[in-house]
Ligand binder design. Sequence first.
Ligand code: PGA
Length: 229
Amino acid sequence: MIFAANFKTNHTRATTKAYIEALKEKLVAKKSEDKVYIFPPATALDSYTGDFTLGVQNAYTTQNGAYTGEIGLEQLEEFTIKTILIGHSERREILGESQELVAAKFAYFKKQDFEIIYCIGEPLEIREKGDKAVIEYLLAQFEGIDTSYENLIIAYEPIWAIGTGRSATADEIASTHEALKRTIQKPLLYGGSVKPDNIKEITTIRGVDGVLVGSASLDVESFSQIVLA
Ligand code: PGA
């Protein structure tokens, strides 16, 4: 199983360091085949070592240059970061990233051999239209994306389940993952209100290869419970 923690705009450099120190102790008990990823805010990137992979939540398609407010490859190379989240719904919806920009980021970081966790997810009004509408919507989010890329992990995160405390049901996750896997054979994570309470149910659903966790990853106790469940 893959367990990924997305801190979003939470934690500082100091609290991330303390978190990682505490997490390392907990991870001694994890199954060796399980993989843990941590995505702290960019200001907290550092050369951490341990039984986990450090990734970046976002970056721009450049080595360096005049892109005020962005970070590029040069800033990631300083900490040997080779893993990135692309296409998260918050970047698409709040920061206005178009499918075109998302695809350009994908192509750029693919060329740099990054491991890419590529996020897709539908809004509530699409979910309410039924399974067929959901799958059509999700597949459209692969426009311009090389789904055969070897370092690709996909994260299915229904937007209405993110940060709401309301996870998708086991049936919704199972049918969506099954339909996605018919088209794209890559590790597939579920994200959206994953927490210690529902982790066992979610990871036993067929077609779920791991989870991407936001809110419940912020506390190291809670995230460790998820990893060790
Ligand atoms: P959540 O966020 O766990 O707070 O729902 C998940 C995500 O956005 O990756």
